[in-house]
Each structure stands twice: as C-alpha cells, then as structure tokens.
Design a binder for this molecule. Structure first.
Ligand SMILES: [Zn+2]
Length: 253
C-alpha cells in the first residue's frame, strides 16, 4: 500500500502545480486579452513592459510593438497602440495590473503605428510628447499630434527613472528617434530598427535608404552596450536588431 501511495502523492502534488499554472496562464490570458490577439503585454525587465497591438493587413495580423514603464509617479508610454480599439483596454490593463495611471507618452515618429492614440491620451489627461520634427510631420500627414514637443534630444526624469531621446538621422522616416534607458541598457528603437525576424526592410515608402545605415551606425556608436533592443515590429527577444538592420540595408543595395 505504502509503495503505491507515494507516487500518488507526488502525482497529486504535480497535478496541483499543473492546475495552478493553467489557472495562472488562463488568468493572464483573460486579463491581457491574448485570446483574441488584440493586445499583448509582456514583461521585459524591472518595471519595463513591451505591449503589442495588431492590424489586419490582407488577412495577416501585423504586430506593432510599443513599451511602457511603471514609475513611482505614474506610467510612461513609448508610442501608442496602433489598433484604435485598444486605447482604453491598454489603460484598463495597466490600471488593473499596476494600480497606476498613464501620465506621459512619447511618440518616436509620425506614422500611425506610433501616434494613433495621441489624441485619445491627451483627452485622458496624459501629457503627450514628440520631437518638433515629428510634431510638424504629423500635421502635414494628417496624423494625430502630440500636445507638446521638444526641439532637441531631451532627457526626461520621472519618478525614480530617467531616459533620453536621441535623433541620429533619417532612416525608416526622416524623423525617427530612439529612446535610451542607460541604467537598464535598453534601446527602444521603434521602426528605425528591424526585428531579427524580419527578412526585409518592410514599409520603406517614407524611408531614406541612402542614410539609414549611417544613422544606425551612429546609434551603435552612441550606445555600445545594449542589453535589450526593441524593434517597431515582430520579435524583440534578440538584442541584435541594429546589426540585423544594417545587414538588411546591405542586402537591399
Ligand atoms: Zn512602424
């Protein structure tokens, strides 16, 4: 009896663990809407999260990456959801998960995968920012505009965190900036940086293919130690996005 009882106890323990992990996963799915693949939120490091929304492009759910940071003084968004149905769900998910409000948002270029939610956020009392160049291009191209702009590379201090914007030159668009978190060695690249999953440069309608590579090289030189590199679209678990973008640019010649 004893000999057979022991494995049962182990199995029961395993089963409990298994059930718990299913419940946790299921709760996570319900909370963050991963079932319908509309809004995906994943932890990056410390208080940084990558969130992804999708747009149906000819039947393919095309992902767009953004990021948020939870600080003592509220949450900062780096770019807005692309999917316009996910503005409120994002704020709700952040509120449920962190019990905090979004207070600041920075858009990294004028395309709608970075800016679609700016007006919505402004209405919610969020301070929205972009560079002056992006601010002007939003107006010119009829995209949503930030409330405030900065003329030059700018250091933001919020709560216990600090980050800087950097404009290295034209690339995916003429206004694309990156954001650097020195303490955590995170480079938020936006659409200037391609994912290592990408086999080509994607949408280059507004790109400057002549200077994109020198622009990337400037970023590499300025931030040589990169632990995390977040591209605008597709997988972000590799930190080789800048090198991969250079490779794609070479192949494109
Ligand atoms: Zn993009």
């Amino acid at each position: 009896m004893l000999a057979t009882a022991q494995p049962d106890i182990i199995n029961d323990k395993k089963m409990k663990k298994y059930t718990l992990s299913i419940l946790l996963t299921f709760g996570h799915i319900l909370l963050f809407g991963q079932v319908n693949k509309k809004l995906r939120i994943e932890h990056l490091t410390d208080n940084f999260y990558v969130y992804t929304t999708y747009k149906d492009l000819n039947g393919f759910m095309f992902p767009s990456n953004s990021m948020y940071l939870v600080t003592d003084n509220g949450v900062v968004l780096f770019d807005t959801p692309w999917d316009t149905t996910q503005f409120q769900p994002l704020l709700d998910s952040i509120s449920v998960r962190h019990n905090k409000k979004v207070v600041l948002a920075v858009s990294t270029h004028y395309h709608d995968d970075r800016t679609a939610g700016l007006e919505f956020l402004k209405q919610k009392g969020v301070k929205t920012y972009s560079s002056k160049l992006t601010y002007d291009l939003c107006k010119e191209h009829n995209e949503k505009q930030a409330e405030f702009y900065f003329d030059n590379d700018t250091v933001f201090n919020i709560g216990n965190y600090k980050f800087e914007t950097y404009y290295a030159g034209e690339g995916h668009t003429k206004d694309n900036i990156v954001i650097w978190f020195d303490e955590y060695k995170i480079l938020y690249g936006g659409c200037l940086v391609k994912s290592t999953e990408n086999k080509n440069l994607g949408n280059v309608a507004d790109a400057n293919l002549k200077v994109w590579a020198p622009t990337i090289k400037k970023v590499i030189k300025k931030y040589p130690k990169r632990k995390f590199v977040i591209p605008g679209h597709f997988g972000w678990t590799s930190n080789e996005g800048l090198e991969h973008t250079l490779k794609l640019l070479r192949q494109n010649k």
